[in-house]
Design a protein around this ligand. Structure first.
Ligand code: NDP
Ligand code: 2IT
Length: 458
């Protein structure tokens, strides 16, 4: 586990970090996220240390308001009873109802839920919309499950979750392993149990029952709007650049779509087994067919395009990162890029890294990239377009209306430009150069801490 920057001067901040590590010693992803955020906050902490200390602001900020952990029993297609773990972490509700996705993946545990919910607090604050931070999920593995198994699992999961959520309480959405199909089954069960049409209780819904146009595209499009703005601020044009995108799920697919619209050639995409490389640029229609329709492996791309190449993952460094590109867009999962991979990216001449996933770079990796002048679009800012558009979906549900694709997409673009400006302004105010990670953390912390202090010791 990495140590925090030894140069921290604030005794208060040091103590909080040390205690947090001790108290959460078995939760390595959560400690990683805490260190990533807290170590960048020192300039603000030093300005207001006495107040933060007096009101135990940081101690309260890093302790979830509530963690719900529950049993999810369901029947598989053979009539056998299966049991999974279910979670919802309601981390911080000072700005609005808890908001954040649900992840269904066998790696899910309390540490991963807490790191995601913690990051979500700051991400949601940056959107400027009234949403607090939460996250949930299960260690259920949706791979190779039948549609009926997925439905029965979602129904059982919601049978418990429904008592903890509501459109003014906590509003879940999708994340890894949870897309439109799962949200549909979850919403159906919620509606049946509650006997009320509370459309705003979940986002990422289908368009026929309260979903928002552009939500499906929002995280990926938003990532590229942020990237374009960041490059523009550094006098770099997107047109004619090359990119690689790890992952091939919701975020990766719509990142690729927007990148292509911006004149960027996407050379490679991946899944957890390996990557496909197409030197003429990835044909996204094939990826959509393989991943959105057939729910199959990325290797199948070779059946559509035999001249493409497939590289299986075989070492610490995922195969995709061996392919040189100007822009690297990790859109799969956490800790995809470690220090060794970051060194490879720097030696390959990477100009920019855009974090579509949550915490895809280890702390050592992201610091190395920044120190070596790679422009990094940090996840909690750059991938905020998804949750921002979820909040727009909530607005439309409350107003009982729906906006056009163009209108919603334009709002999304403006939100992403605004988020970049917040990061840049914080960088200017605190002399942080192009350390947009620190800029994002500081800008978000200022909003959350102000709301928390105003609401007293709760
Ligand atoms: P999907 O389930 O649609 O896709 C996930 C992709 O990541 C798949 O290609 C998957 O490959 C790959 N992946 C998952 N786990 C691993 C792993 N352990 N190692 C390597 N590859 C893996 O999820 P999303 O696209 O929605 O989410 C991707 C990332 O973006 C996550 O970090 C999520 O938290 C983040 N995010 C999502 C938002 C959203 O709106 N959906 C918003 C903001 C961030 P395989 O099929 O082989 O598992
Ligand atoms: O990580 C994220 O921001 C998401 N998975 C989206 C959350 C949401 O509520 O839309």
């Amino acid at each position: 586990m990495s140590t925090y920057v030894e140069s921290i001067k604030s005794e208060y901040l040091k103590n909080v970090i040390d205690n947090a590590i001790e108290k959460n010693i078995n939760e390595k992803e959560f400690i990683q996220a805490l260190q990533e955020v807290l170590t960048t906050l020192e300039p603000v902490i030093l300005q207001n240390e006495d107040t933060y200390k007096k009101y135990a602001l940081l101690e309260r900020l890093i302790e979830p308001e509530r963690i719900i952990s529950f049993r999810v029993p369901w029947l598989d297609d053979n009539g056998k009873v299966q049991v999974n773990k279910g979670y919802r972490v309601q981390f911080n509700g000072s700005i609005g109802p808890y908001k954040g996705g649900l992840r269904f993946n066998p790696t899910v545990n309390q540490s991963i839920m807490k790191f995601l919910a913690f990051e979500q607090i700051f991400k949601n604050a940056l959107t400027g919309l009234p949403i607090g931070g939460g996250k949930g999920g299960s260690d259920f593995d949706p791979k190779d499950k039948s549609d009926m198994e997925i439905m029965r699992f979602c129904q059982s999961f919601m049978t418990e979750l429904q008592r903890h959520i509501g459109q003014d309480v906590d509003v879940p959405a999708g994340d890894i392993g949870v897309g439109a199909r799962e949200i549909g089954y979850l919403f159906g069960q919620f509606r049946k149990i509650r006997n009320a049409y509370e459309a705003g209780v979940l986002t990422g819904k289908g368009l026929s029952y309260g979903g928002s146009l552009a939500r499906k595209e929002a995280t990926g499009y938003g990532l590229m709007y942020f990237m374009k703005e960041m490059l523009k601020a550094n006098n770099i044009d997107t047109n004619g650049k090359t990119a690689i995108i790890s992952g091939s799920g919701n975020v990766a697919i719509y990142t690729c779509e927007k990148a292509k619209q911006m004149g960027i050639k996407v050379l490679a995409m991946s899944d957890s087994n390996g990557c496909i490389y197409n030197e003429n640029g990835i044909d996204l229609d094939y990826i959509k067919e393989i991943k959105e329709v057939r729910r199959s492996r990325i290797k199948d791309y070779l059946n559509y395009n035999p001249i493409a190449k497939y590289f299986e993952n075989s070492s610490e460094i995922p195969a995709i990162y061996n392919i040189k590109a100007d822009i690297v867009l990790p859109c799969a999962t956490q800790n995809d890029i470690n220090l060794e991979t970051a060194k490879l990216l720097v030696s390959n001449g990477t100009i920019a890294v855009g974090e579509g996933a949550n915490m895809p770079c280890t702390n050592e990796a992201i610091n190395y990239l920044i120190e070596n002048k790679v422009l990094v679009a940090p996840g909690k800012a750059a991938n905020a377009g998804g949750v921002a558009t979820s909040a727009l979906e909530m607005s439309q549900n409350s107003m009982r209306t729906s906006w056009s694709f163009e209108e919603t997409d334009k709002k999304l673009e403006n939100i992403m430009i605004n988020i970049f400006n917040q990061c840049q302004n914080a960088c200017r105010e605190y002399n942080l150069g192009t350390n947009y990670l620190a800029g994002a953390n500081i800008a978000a912390f200022k909003k959350v801490s102000e709301a928390m202090l105003a609401q007293g010791i709760i």
